[in-house]
Write a protein that binds this ligand. Sequence first.
Ligand code: FAD
Length: 379
Amino acid sequence: MQSSIWFQTLDESQLRLLAASDPLPKTADVAIIGAGMIGLATAYYLSLAGVSNLCILDRDTALAEASGANAGGLWFSQQSPELGPLAPLAKVSSRLYDELAVRFPAGIRRTGLLELGANEEWMHAALQAGFRAQRVDAAALRRLEPALTEQPAGAVFYPDDGQVHPAKLGAALVAHLKNSGVRFCLHTEVSSAGLHLETARGGIDAGVTVIASGAWTPIVTRALGWRPPIKPMRGQLLATPARSPFLRHTIVGPRYYYWQLAEGPIAGGGTVEDAGFERGTNPADLASIREEMNALLPALADAPTACAWSGFRPYCEDLKPVIGRVPGHDRLYVAAGHFKKGIMLAPVTGKILADLITTAQTDLPIGPLDPARFPGGRR
Ligand SMILES: Cc1cc2nc3c(=O)[nH]c(=O)nc-3n(C[C@H](O)[C@H](O)[C@H](O)COP(=O)(O)OP(=O)(O)OC[C@H]3O[C@@H](n4cnc5c(N)ncnc54)[C@H](O)[C@@H]3O)c2cc1C
């Protein structure tokens, strides 16, 4: 399980939920490989669509990898320019997060985001995509976020962006899914994917299989003769001990980003490293995060770093996730490669998969995400 600040701010019952495993069933209507946020969201929307007899398999606990190691950023507006034609999916996901926030008390907060400096191009792209964004000058910035040093000349303000506590949302989803009869087979590595899955604990036959294995997806799909060009892109984050309310918004600085958890710690970072599956953090990167953090938020200069961690973003070479049917396999689906946006896009991804599996179609614009754009799987 992750050592991230998210797990350190869970209670014992939430930690137990994420690690509680069921016996492996012999069959499942739908088997999902991966208990990250994409696998959990897929199970949630499938169960809402009336699919029962669902089984989620993971070789570790739920949220053990990227989905428990991220920044929890719901930065739909600020990130929308990077999504380009996929911005409509971000809008749907944002709306689905509003619904989830009503159903699950999972720390989903629309705190607003301040991007320091003047990224006017992005601001206009966000506005054009129908998101709210506004330029604020230095005086307005000081009023909005008094904790910031006086140096920034201004910022772009995205009032609708916010944060989720991914481990609290994950634990709430697991509790709900378990109550709905979904089985969680954890510490169960899938060695052969398909409609018959081989695992270290035995075999299971599935009506439909969904591969939601994050950065490990090409390894899981290898035996199917198809490997999407997805690879790990490591990111490091750190957090201070808890303190009283201090930072009101998410702050995006020149190199890294920062936010305060509702539980008190200030967290930040977000390196992007092509370092393979090398786990851990390194002192030089953490020092660089602290240097910017202390410069922007001088009151933190004396605060120790209470914890630091890293995770593997599933990076797809064309920067778009791969969602849909595995080429050449009728009842096999894949949902992976969300890179920096897998938490944001988890609900819409789950909804797309549920639509495709239960009705063989979706109204959502998923053409650019089609796995068949990588026919031979290029790795
Ligand atoms: C530092 C950092 C910051 C980030 N910040 C944000 C952010 O602010 N907002 C945002 O939207 N996104 C963010 N992300 C990205 C986001 O975390 C990912 O896109 C998302 O979590 C991917 O979810 P996933 O379920 O596809 O993958 P994962 O969470 O990695 O889950 C994959 C699961 O598959 C399991 N698995 C793999 N192989 C097998 C096998 N053979 N058998 C069984 N199980 C297997 C793994 O154990 C794992 O649990 C960040 C990521 C990092 C690392």
